[in-house]
Design a protein around this ligand. Structure first.
Ligand SMILES: Nc1ncnc2c1ncn2[C@@H]1O[C@H](COP(=O)(O)OP(=O)(O)OP(=O)(O)O)[C@@H](O)[C@H]1O
Ligand SMILES: [Mg+2]
Length: 247
């Protein structure tokens, strides 16, 4: 069983939207998926109620029961747990990070989200966990300087998932109906985007995880990538500069 968590200290970056869509894409690709909604607002519990199907169970789990819940899900044969966390640094987001094999940090291409991504990355690194960034709500014409700068900033901070996710009405309409974009419009561009995204995440999860054995200050695989060979201070400054350009 693998666990991915959508985390960022910024509200509205797209955690719940991406968590629900990637869950359905993964389920359609053969995974047995369970969503744990750690956000007190319980957006995905509500999405599930709207969905009215039990194909992808969604539960709000109290933090004290999270570890036991994960053990039980593994015993039940669940292959993928997707955790949705609230949009701020909180006990819930810390717990999501600790539980995850891979933390996905979504950001919109604006400087506030990029700064929040950097702050979230610090928390994920402190926990010794793997992470990848995801650029969401990009203008559909992706040859946009703001998007390019945002992508560069996130790459400089340690790795960006492909594809970039565009701002599309399908994401909002699917959420409203308790669906994924793949269910709303199976051959639509958003559906393709989410299938490709699941493939990227799956590839990322296949990389041998070192997090269990790694001390809290250990380096993540992303830190060892070519993009991040600069000294940490220089690296952070470079990322901040790139983030500022993205504004
Ligand atoms: N790619 C997208 N295209 C269009 N709309 C999007 C996209 N991603 C997210 N949204 C919309 O942006 C808003 C915020 O998204 P969402 O609720 O998923 O963010 P969040 O990070 O979970 O927020 P919070 O931190 O408050 O839980 C929602 O209205 C959602 O429909
Ligand atoms: Mg949310």
């Amino acid at each position: 069983m693998r666990t991915i968590a959508f985390v960022t200290q910024k509200g509205g970056a797209g955690k719940s939207t991406l968590a629900s869509n990637i869950s359905v894409a993964a389920q359609q690709a053969g995974e047995r998926v369970f969503i744990i909604d750690l956000d007190p607002l319980q957006s995905l519990v509500k999405w599930s109620e709207m969905r009215g199907q039990s194909d992808i169970p969604v539960e709000h789990v109290p933090l004290t029961k999270l570890s036991k819940a994960l053990d039980a899900l593994e015993k039940k044969g669940v292959t993928l747990v997707v955790i949705d966390a609230p949009g701020q640094d909180s006990e819930q987001s810390q717990a999501a990070i600790r539980a995850a094999d891979l933390c996905i940090i979504p950001a919109r291409p604006n400087v506030f989200d990029l700064w929040a991504s950097e702050a979230t990355r610090v928390k994920v690194k402190e926990a010794g966990k793997e992470y990848a960034f995801l650029l969401n709500q990009c203008p559909p014409a992706q040859q946009n300087a703001r998007v390019e700068q945002g992508a560069k900033a996130l790459q400089a901070m340690g790795g960006l998932l492909a594809p970039l996710v565009s701002a599309r009405v399908d994401y909002q309409e699917a959420a409203r109906q308790g669906l994924s974009v793949g269910e709303l419009s199976p051959s639509g561009v958003a559906a393709v985007e989410m299938r490709d995204l699941w493939s990227s995440v799956k590839r990322r999860l296949k990389k041998p995880s070192t997090s269990a054995a790694r001390p809290a200050q250990g380096k993540s695989a992303a830190d060892k990538s070519d993009a991040t060979k600069a000294a940490p201070a220089k690296h952070a400054a470079k990322a901040r500069k790139a983030s500022a350009k993205a504004a």
